[in-house]
Structure formats: structure tokens, C-alpha cells
Ligand binder design. Structure first.
Ligand SMILES: *[C@@H]1O[C@H](CO)[C@@H](O)[C@H](O)[C@H]1NC(C)=O
Length: 489
């Protein structure tokens, strides 16, 4: 029998913080996680981070500490992200094209993508020995020349260009001050360090973790005035490539930034949706099960989808689930919408939010999401897991190393590739792949990008996470797949 779960609600501003630890005394005396409004942060953008009244939660070396400090870094980057966002709005009026460009696959890149990733990787995590860090902009990101000593003029100037885009002069002071505050944050809170052989102080304890970063998830939304749908996604995976913790931060949600963070193994789960009322608790008794009685014949709950076109499979699925389509941008944002509904929606309806798709996102879009969702009692799995064995390519589930979640490890090839399942597109093909137009199923792992999620995804909150709830989703997916097979493109 599990001991009664304790619920702590530490409130500061309108932040809600839940913790479900078995040992209440463990937390005594620790400071709650403060959340500042973006207005406040803008005013203090150039002040020293160490002078701010802020303290991380979680013991040194814990996942919670890692999430807590990472979240704080997101908050410190907020004024800079906001400035770039406003600059983009002005640009789209004048078509100037100074702070954004198109990548090779036609997707948008802004200096925000490059700067946020560099601030996280090169400043915040510079003290930490991770196993690997994988970022969306990794291939193209401008890296500091190894020979350039830190703090020199050349190093400073290297921060003023990102992927060939020059950072406008008026943004440079903000880049400088954000670098400084995040540097101070890292030095203060990641310094339970020991000296390595080569005399460098490194924060130990996280060597087995791989970090997946999407600096701005929803770049298109970010550069088209829908900033409230974009998010910074940071995920942490263990040595087996299993997502174990994550942070998702929406810098531009209104009226203030919103975030979720969690690590299931430490029973750490926290969020701020900008609400001032606590509705959810982790008490199992209050987490009512989803009603799966489809005979009620009325539309309930929602399936989160892109605002663009959806595949015939997802259209069928909406019919089969008798649910409503809710359109929104960004994977991190959809995940937060799902969590918010599952935590705060009314019992009959809210918990029914689902996010299911047969179209590719990438590991950095889902690693943090999976870590957070599991901490809140939900799951993020491969869609292929829900298909009958005759439909999932070459009977992938029979292979020894098949897993129902994506593998979050650095690698040259796609670790979750199933021959014959994914359709090659310009988004998921590796640069050397020629035949993209053919719309063919790939049987060669070298044709696809290493970090494309080629097996689709199914994400649901705690109330679905019962054998009955999962069976219901599985049956609906199977019926929909018999009408239109998932495209896995
Ligand atoms: C979806 O796209 C339409 C047309 O571009 C736009 O008017 C609408 O605001 C978008 N909705 C969302 C949720 O982004």
C-alpha cells in the first residue's frame, strides 16, 4: 500500500506548484519557485541574476534542480525573446528580413532560435558534463571557435551573428545582459562541482543524461505573430534513451508566460498556467476516469491538431473518437494545452483531450513533453504501438528491442526506424536522399533524418491512463486505420 500522497501548494504570484513526495519533511525549509511577470523581468533585464530573490528547488544533482534552473534560464531569456518577437513584427511590415530567414527545407529560422539554443548550451549548461546535447539548430548553429578564448573580443563578436544573420545593434545589449545573467545563474546553481583530470570544474551527476532542446518550438508561429503558440522545449533522457524529465516554457502566452516542468522518478511535477485557482490534486480519488461510453453520441473532449491540413487518418480518427478538432500550432504548445485540459478541465469533458498524429515532428519536440506528461501521470507514445500487428510495417513489435516510446539518444541514424512504415518527405529525408517526390515508404534507415519521429505519436493525460482508457484509444485508432492507413510522413 502506498503511503498517502502529500500535496504541497506553494504559491507565489499565481504560480501553482504541486509536489507529490512521500517524505514531506524532505521539502521543509526550501523556498518555493518564484515566477515573475515578464513586465517585472523586463525592468530588471540588465540586473545581476544573483541579486534577484530566487532559489532553485530540488537537491543538487537532482532532475528537479536541473528543471528548476533551466526554467529560470527561460524566464531570464524572456525579455530578449520578446524583443526579437517585436522586431519580427516590425519586419513583416517592412519586409526587411534582418532577424529571420528560411532554412533549406523552407522552414523558418529566426535569431531567437539560434540565440536561445546557444544561451542554453554554451552558457547555462557549460558547467555540466552531459552525455550529449542535441538541439534542433545543432547542424547549422554558429559555434564558438574552439581556439577563441572565452571573454575575448572575438568571442563576444561571435555572438552577434547567428547562422549568417547579424543581430541588430539595438538587440546587442540585451544579448550581453542575458548572457551575463544566465552565466551567473549557472555559476551559482550548477557549481556543486568537482575538478576533472584536466583541471576544469564541471558539475557532475548528470553524465548519463542526454538533453534535447527545441529553442523555439513553433518558429512559424513565432514569426507570424502567433507567439503565444511557441515554446522553449527542454527534455532530459536517461542512458537508455528514455525521457525522464522536461521543461516547456511559453514565453509569449498572454497575459504572462506559462510553463510546465516535471520528473516522474522524483515525483516532481509543477506548472503555472496563469490561473489563480488550484483545481487539480494528484490524489487518485479525484482524478476521475475518462468516460469511454461512446453511445452517449455527443461530441466530447478534443483532439489537438495542427491549424494546417490533417491526414485522412486523423480525419477518420476524429469521427471514430466522436471528438472535436481543436487547432493550434507547436508541439510543445499542444502538449501544454493537453495538460491544462487534463488538469483543469471539468471531469466529464476536460480529461478527454488527446494529441494524436501520424505526421512527423522531431525528438526535440517530444522529449521534454514526454518527460513532463509522465510526471503528471500521462503518456506520450508511438502511434505504431496502437496499430494491429498487420498494419505496422514488418511486425516491429516482434523485434527484440521494440519500445513503445521514442529513443532519445544522440545518434547518426534513426534509432526508432521501422522498415516500410514511414513515407519519405522533404521534412524527414536525410540530405542525401534524392527521391522525395516518389512518396514511397522507406526501407533504408539512411534515407531518413536521425531525429525524425517516424512512428507518429499518441499523447494523453492521466485520466486516460488506465487499461480501459488505453484500450478505447487503441480501438478507435484501429477502426480509423482500417479506413485510412496512417501516412507516417
Ligand atoms: C488558423 O489559421 C487561420 C488562417 O490562417 C487563422 O485565421 C487562425 O487564427 C489560425 N488559428 C490558430 C489557432 O492559429
Amino acid at each position: 500500500m502506498r503511503r498517502l500522497w502529500m500535496i504541497f501548494l506553494l504559491r507565489q504570484s499565481t504560480a501553482l506548484r504541486y509536489s507529490i513526495r512521500q517524505s514531506p519533511s524532505f521539502r521543509r525549509g526550501r523556498l518555493p519557485l518564484p515566477v515573475r511577470s515578464s513586465v517585472h523581468m523586463m525592468k530588471h533585464a540588465s540586473s545581476d541574476a544573483s541579486s534577484e530573490m530566487w532559489a532553485p528547488t530540488g537537491a543538487p544533482g537532482s532532475l528537479e534542480r536541473l528543471c528548476s534552473v533551466s526554467l529560470r534560464a527561460c524566464q531570464l531569456m524572456n525579455p530578449l525573446i520578446l524583443s526579437i518577437y517585436h522586431q519580427l513584427e516590425c519586419e513583416s511590415d517592412s519586409n526587411a528580413g534582418v532577424v529571420q530567414k528560411l532554412k533549406q527545407d523552407n522552414s523558418a529560422f529566426t535569431i531567437a532560435d539560434g540565440l536561445v539554443q546557444r544561451l542554453l548550451v554554451e552558457i547555462l549548461y557549460s558547467q555540466i558534463s552531459f552525455r550529449d546535447i542535441v538541439g534542433e539548430e545543432e547542424d547549422e548553429c554558429h559555434h564558438v571557435n574552439e581556439d577563441t578564448p572565452k571573454g575575448t573580443l572575438a568571442d563576444d563578436e561571435s555572438w552577434f551573428t547567428v547562422q549568417g544573420l547579424t543581430i541588430p545593434t539595438d538587440l546587442r545589449p540585451s544579448v550581453e545582459s542575458t548572457k551575463a545573467t544566465i552565466g551567473a545563474l549557472a555559476a551559482t546553481h550548477f557549481l556543486h562541482s568537482s575538478e576533472t583530470d584536466d583541471g576544469i570544474h564541471k558539475c557532475l551527476g548528470y553524465q548519463h543524461l542526454t538533453v534535447f532542446i527545441d529553442p523555439i518550438d513553433g518558429t512559424r508561429e513565432f514569426s507570424t505573430g502567433k507567439g503565444e503558440q511557441c515554446s522553449v522545449c527542454i527534455g532530459f533522457a536517461d542512458e537508455n534513451g528514455k525521457a525522464v524529465a522536461g521543461v516547456i516554457y511559453r514565453p509569449l502566452s498572454q497575459p504572462k508566460p506559462t510553463w510546465v516542468a516535471g520528473a516522474k522518478a522524483e515525483r516532481f511535477a509543477a506548472c503555472d498556467f496563469g490561473r489563480d485557482k488550484v483545481i487539480h490534486s494528484f490524489d487518485d480519488r479525484s482524478a476521475a476516469q475518462v468516460h469511454t461510453n461512446i453511445d452517449e453520441n455527443k461530441k466530447r473532449g478534443s483532439l489537438l491538431t495542427t491549424n494546417g491540413s490533417i491526414s485522412p487518418f486523423v480525419e477518420s480518427l476524429i469521427e471514430e473518437l466522436q471528438t472535436e478538432r481543436v487547432k493550434s500550432g507547436g508541439a510543445g504548445n499542444k502538449l501544454m494545452m493537453l495538460l491544462e485540459q487534463s488538469l483543469f478541465g471539468n471531469h466529464d469533458d476536460g480529461g478527454r483531450a488527446l494529441y494524436i498524429q501520424d505526421r512527423g515532428v522531431s525528438r526535440w519536440d517530444t522529449c521534454g513533453a514526454e518527460g513532463v506528461l509522465e510526471a503528471f501521470g500521462g503518456r506520450l507514445m508511438k502511434l505504431t504501438t496502437f496499430l494491429p500487428e498487420t498494419m505496422d510495417g514488418e511486425n516491429a513489435k516482434q523485434t527484440n528491442n521494440y519500445r513503445d516510446t521514442y529513443t532519445y539518444l544522440a545518434s547518426q541514424t534513426n534509432l526508432d526506424f521501422i522498415p516500410g512504415v514511414a513515407t519519405i518527405t522533404k521534412y524527414n529525408c536525410s540530405p542525401s536522399t534524392k527521391d522525395v517526390q516518389g512518396n514511397h515508404k522507406s526501407h533504408d534507415v539512411n534515407e531518413v533524418k536521425p531525429y525524425s519521429n517516424l512512428c507518429g505519436l499518441v499523447a494523453f493525460g492521466k485520466r486516460w491512463n488506465t487499461p480501459e482508457g488505453i484500450k478505447f484509444i487503441e480501438k478507435a485508432i484501429e477502426r480509423a486505420a482500417r479506413i485510412h492507413l496512417p501516412a507516417f510522413d
